[in-house]
Design a protein around this ligand. Structure first.
Ligand SMILES: Cc1ncc(COP(=O)(O)O)c(C=O)c1O
Length: 483
């Protein structure tokens, strides 16, 4: 059956890379739901050979899947995975190694520890400590780090909770991911105690405001227990100045967490790693391999500078699972340091592709994606009918179609971008997203497929001009050079 899955995947990948491939089928959500329901009803057909039936089911999945491997896919921060990893994934699913304790998953646990050590070294932490854990996604990694920071600042909180007088404050930029605010809510710290710092004209945190804001909070009775830097932030892909933020955090004794779920992978590249300058000064770093290292979801690492901090988040005893007094086993048994009990062999796909292709492959993928973003930026910047507000710090680019011949107000421009995106989605040639920044709607691309080429970028702009021109009741604008 695995062989059959392999050939279904091969056909899916071949179809995805055809030049005129649509990124998905023209089916509404309820039609797809019906297909999924119907397949269950048909299970009662006993006359079918199970292998044939399996092939049909796998082919059904593939036929309605979004084709992330299309060079015209420039959507979310979800990559087209390196195809070979599917082989490891199939084996992992089949073996179901339980990651709660080492004795249930000796090799899968070892892979996790080896990857933690390697990624910590890439950050610049050269001791061999297994100071980290794999967890189910960047959101949970951020929550876990904030929990550890809370427990360091408020050592009685695990048992007694936080009192009203304590007022735990977390500071982050206005562009930080929603998981930071969600963590404040989930952990009972209060979303109102998340204080946002404004951003500069490149949408990076205004570090010049950070120190005074922390002091202001302290003067009014707040206890600033954590600063979160974004590397990059989700909306426009801007990377905060981690080094400068670390200066402030060190001076004032505040836990620095770097949400580098997307950008930590740039550390593999000699060319890009300076964008993460100062990351080794953080107390904790969240890193999604399922973003820029092109392995499938989920594969997230939460890494700590110090081993002892990696035990701060959780304080449970469970004699049926782990030995509370054996420090050696505590490092090996994942459940002591993660929210999850049962956990998939999350590090295995990364270990597999790293061992198969070497880490240089990661550098090349990241460099290619950032190069594509810079190429798109220059195409947009050279044209007079697009606005591109931020030089990309990463492989995320925001822009909008705004032909200057027609003076449009903010509402009209916002409406135009939405109509363009809806039409692009309806045509199914290009997949991109949108975001609202300071009340303005932008089209948003994540250049995350290394197989995207210049011509795909040019074709995207042509399609936007055609759709935008029609939406404005005229002809598509042609590209005009500025100056
Ligand atoms: C900056 C940032 N942090 C956290 C997350 C959440 O990560 P995950 O989707 O792995 O939960 C994202 C997702 O895109 C992100 O961009």
């Amino acid at each position: 059956m695995i062989e059959r899955a392999g050939s279904v995947l091969e056909s899916f990948l071949a179809a995805s890379s055809e030049p005129d491939a649509k990124f998905r089928e023209d089916l509404a959500a309820d039609q797809i739901e019906k297909m999924a329901e119907t397949a269950l009803v048909e299970t009662s057909r006993v006359d079918m050979d199970p292998a044939e039936r399996a092939t049909a089911l796998l082919a059904l999945c593939a036929s309605v899947g979004v084709k992330l491997h299309s060079p015209n896919y420039m959507g979310h921060q979800v990559p087209p995975p390196i195809p070979a990893v599917a082989a490891a994934e199939a084996l992992i699913a089949g073996m179901n190694q339980g990651l709660a304790v080492n004795e249930l998953s000796p090799f899968a646990s070892a892979m996790e520890r080896v990857m933690i050590r390697r990624l910590r070294q890439v950050i610049g932490w050269t001791d061999a400590a297994v100071a980290g854990i794999c967890t189910s996604g960047g959101t949970l990694a951020n929550t876990t780090a904030i929990l550890a920071a809370r427990n360091r600042a408020f050592p009685k909180a695990w048992k007694h909770g936080i009192t009203r007088e304590e007022r735990p404050v977390l500071m982050t930029s206005i562009d930080s991911h929603y998981s930071i605010a969600r963590s404040m809510g989930v952990l009972g710290l209060g979303t109102e105690n998340l204080v946002t710092i404004p951003v500069d004209d490149r949408r990076r945190m205004r570090v010049d405001r950070l120190e005074s804001s922390i002091n202001q909070q302290r003067d009014s009775g707040g206890q600033v227990f954590c600063v979160v830097a974004s590397a990059p932030a989700t909306p426009a892909g801007s990377i905060d100045d981690i080094d400068a933020i670390a200066d402030v955090c060190e001076r004032l004794g505040v836990w620095l967490h770097v949400d580098a779920v997307h950008g930590a992978s740039f550390l593999f590249s000699e060319h890009l790693k300076s964008r993460m300058r100062g990351i080794h000064r953080a107390d904790s770093v969240a890193w999604d391999a399922h973003k820029m290292l092109h392995v499938p979801s989920l594969c997230t690492f939460l890494l700590y500078r110090n081993l002892t901090d990696s035990f701060l988040a959780f304080e449970n005893r469970a004699s049926y699972l782990f030995d509370d007094d054996d420090q050696h086993r505590a490092v090996q048994d994942g459940a002591k340091r993660t929210f999850e009990c049962t956990k998939r062999a999350l590090a295995a796909p990364l270990w597999f592709v790293w061992a198969l292709y070497g880490h240089q492959a990661f550098a090349e993928i990241c460099e290619r994606c950032v190069w594509l973003a810079e190429k798109l930026y220059s195409l947009l910047d050279e044209s007079t009918d697009f606005q591109v507000p931020y030089v990309p710090d990463s492989n995320i680019v925001c822009f909008r179609y705004a032909p200057t011949v027609l003076p449009l107000d903010t509402m009209q421009l916002n409406d135009l971008q939405q109509r363009i995106r809806q039409q692009l989605l309806a045509e199914r040639d290009f997949y991109l997203t949108q975001t609202t920044i300071d009340g303005q709607i932008f089209l948003r691309t994540t250049l995350i497929n290394p197989l995207t080429e210049d011509r795909n970028l040019l074709n995207l702009l042509t399609a936007i001009r055609r759709i935008g021109g029609r939406a404005l009741g005229g002809e598509p604008t042609t590209q005009r050079q500025s100056g």
